[in-house]
Design a protein around this ligand. Structure first.
Ligand code: ATP
Ligand code: MG
Length: 325
């Protein structure tokens, strides 16, 4: 189970704007430096711990930290860009479905950039409460002070709010999005006694991996039916090759071989593998190769070892690697 706990691009993701520029010229593959996602709102129990930028600001300037400043690289796969634009035009809440590492987060970053809207991302987890999304009163030297949570901030100021892995949140947390995702487009801040009418630019986007749900952990129908859905999957061979080559700097020939290996592994899903090799993993392997790591070692480290501990399955995958390298 992927219980993604608190995440903060500023600390963990080399694609963060600050880190990308700090590391430019230090061997980061081109695509990593090119993508500039907005800051991630850290959904934590103690919202006061949020280290994100300008979280106390309640003016439009508070959103500046969430602007996607440079165009993220997005290779269109089908008609997803046009569909998203149409959905945004009617402010339809959107659900991005697909396996891990297939491009959901990158896509929403790209769309936020294309539409010129700030993007507030929340990595959901099972400890998250409604207050983590909506906001809470904080105690400080002056007394108590209300702090908007990421959902309230996005609704108030007109951002795209992206709830990543939303099924990880408990259902009683998820229902707070209901009044925002139907015709009412409003968010009651019960503790504060205020109703926030969503800014016209506000849109809610959620992601989830359909494979990971259990009966206990799924969205209620009343939640699902508020969203339009876009299915994501690993792109077709040529497109995925292009993406891997672009993101890592390896040649199309090397990228194509890596994609072949992934395709073999994906056929083993459900036959000993829980999940196939993702585009993200291919980019990892390709980035190592681009740095001069021998292909066999790079593939073992980035493609085979992470996804299985089963010796037979590792042998099978290693054999697939040696077929191509
Ligand atoms: N169509 C695409 N265009 C450009 N890059 C892509 C595309 N599809 C996948 N990628 C690449 O794959 C990487 C992984 O994608 P991303 O992080 O968006 O996956 P995800 O679906 O959000 O995964 P998770 O469910 O684990 O969060 C991206 O960083 C990007 O480099
Ligand atoms: Mg993601």
């Amino acid at each position: 189970m992927r219980t993604n706990t608190t995440r903060n691009y500023r600390q963990a993701d080399p694609r963060a704007p600050g880190i990308a520029s700090a590391q430019a010229g230090h061997g980061l593959p081109q695509g990593h430096a090119a993508a500039t996602p907005a800051a991630t709102f850290q959904a934590s129990r103690a919202a006061s711990d949020v280290s994100g930028p300008t979280m106390h600001a309640q003016g439009t300037s508070g959103l500046e930290a969430y602007r996607v400043s440079r165009e993220p690289y997005w290779r269109p796969v089908a008609d997803e860009v046009a569909l998203y634009e149409a959905a945004y035009a009617v402010r339809m809440p959107i659900m991005l479905k697909g396996p891990t590492g297939c491009g959901k987060t990158r896509f929403v970053e790209y769309m936020a950039w294309k539409l010129g809207k700030p993007l507030i991302t929340v990595a959901c987890n099972e400890d998250m409460t409604a207050s983590d999304l909506v906001g809470r009163f904080l105690l400080d030297a002056q007394g108590t002070r209300w702090q908007d949570g990421p959902l309230a901030l996005a609704a108030r100021l007109g951002a795209i709010c992206y709830l990543d892995e939303v099924v990880e949140a408990r259902q009683d947390t998820t229902v707070v999005i209901h009044p925002l995702t139907d015709a009412r487009r409003m968010l009651p801040l019960e503790k504060k006694g205020e109703v926030v009418n969503a800014h016209p630019d506000f849109q809610l986007v959620i992601s989830y991996n359909p494979g990971y749900q259990s009966l206990m952990k799924d969205l209620k129908q009343s939640t699902k039916q508020r969203f339009g859905a876009l299915d994501f999957n690993y792109p077709v061979h040529e497109v995925e090759t292009e993406i891997v080559a672009h993101e890592s700097g390896v040649t199309a020939e090397v990228a194509g071989k890596l994609v072949h290996i992934a395709e073999r592994a994906r056929n083993l899903k459900g036959h000993g593998l829980d999940e196939g090799i993702s585009t993200r993993m291919l980019i990892h392997a390709a980035s190592l190769i681009a740095r001069g790591v021998p292909a066999l070692g790079a593939c073992r480290m980035a493609l085979v070892r992470p996804i299985t501990d089963d010796p037979d399955m590792r042998d099978a995958l290693d054999a697939a690697v040696t077929t191509y390298f």
